[in-house]
Design a protein around this ligand. Structure first.
Ligand code: ZN
Length: 81
């Protein structure tokens, strides 16, 4: 599958994962490919308002999409607060 910008580390600039998009990300799409990942593994894509729908659908039709949360929510839960 064709992955957009590889951007798994949280410390890089928070930019939308859609191809060619440089907008600030607002959403986190958590996904898992059962053929590649163990069930509890979560890959993440970042999305701006404009691309949330597009990226969600891309993952959704493949059955990969697990969760869509705001970036603020994601960071709060990642920090264990
Ligand atoms: Zn975007």
């Amino acid at each position: 599958m064709n992955s957009p910008n590889p951007q798994d580390s949280a410390d890089s600039a928070v930019i939308c994962s859609a191809k060619g998009c440089r907008a600030a990300a607002v959403w986190v799409l958590a996904w898992n490919n059962p053929k590649l990942h163990t069930p509890d593994r979560r890959k993440t894509w970042l999305a701006c308002e404009e691309h949330r729908e597009h990226l969600s659908q891309f993952l959704g039709v493949r059955g990969f999409l697990k969760d869509v949360v705001t970036l603020a929510e994601w960071e709060a839960s990642a920090a264990g607060r």
